[in-house]
Design a binder for this molecule. Structure first.
Ligand code: PRP
Length: 183
């Protein structure tokens, strides 16, 4: 679906499908230059990263491998506790691999900060982050993100993998959810 199909649910379109596609092509060129001669392992963080992984990976012209993690934040009853539980671990060994974590969004940064620490102990040869979106105003911890799509305001955004109550992931654009939907 496009933003125009559900315009009553949205207030502002922040990034269009066309802008996302152009940005992913640009990031893919940078990644290919940086990893020339090396085979990358892309690690997607479920579920939000499904769209960015699918589109980014297809912009790459060489071979890559793909794996997935599923994590959930828990503890103290809030998502922002920074305590992360692995719901699905990687299938592959990271030892000696060039790993690029692929994320849809860096919000507080806590998920990625935890994942980076976790991956560092697994013997990867190199480790970097690609994130389509980042909310600088929401940051609780700094995350080194080498390949970034767009900085966006600290609003409730949906689309392109990002959900509200598991809906809107299939929206092709990234947009601010109208308050009447969740209040
Ligand atoms: C979202 C997103 C990131 C994380 C970012 O996932 O995909 O993984 O939150 O937030 P943070 O920077 O504050 O840690 P979510 O936990 O909503 O799960 P989902 O991808 O399955 O929707």
């Amino acid at each position: 679906m496009r933003a125009a199909d559900i315009s009553d649910d949205l207030t502002t379109v922040l990034v269009t499908e066309e802008q996302i596609n152009a940005k992913l092509a640009e990031l893919a060129e940078r990644v290919e230059t940086d990893y020339a001669g090396k085979e990358l392992l892309l690690v997607g963080v479920l579920k939000g990263a499904v769209m960015v992984m699918a589109d980014f990976a297809r912009h790459l012209t060489g071979h890559i491998q793909m794996d997935w993690m599923a994590v959930s934040s828990y503890g103290a009853g809030t998502k922002s506790s920074g305590v992360v539980q692995i719901r699905k671990d990687l299938d592959v060994d990271l030892h000696g691999r060039h790993v690029l974590i692929v994320e849809d969004i860096i919000d507080s940064g806590l998920t990625l900060s935890w994942l980076l620490e976790n991956f560092k102990s697994r013997g990867a040869e190199s480790l970097e982050v690609l994130a389509l979106l980042r909310k600088p105003e929401a940051a609780k911890v700094h995350v080194d993100c080498k390949y970034l799509g767009f900085d966006i305001p600290n609003e409730f955004v949906v689309g392109y993998g990002l959900d509200y109550a598991e809906r809107y992931r299939n929206l092709r654009d990234v947009a601010v959810l109208a308050p009447h939907v969740y209040s």
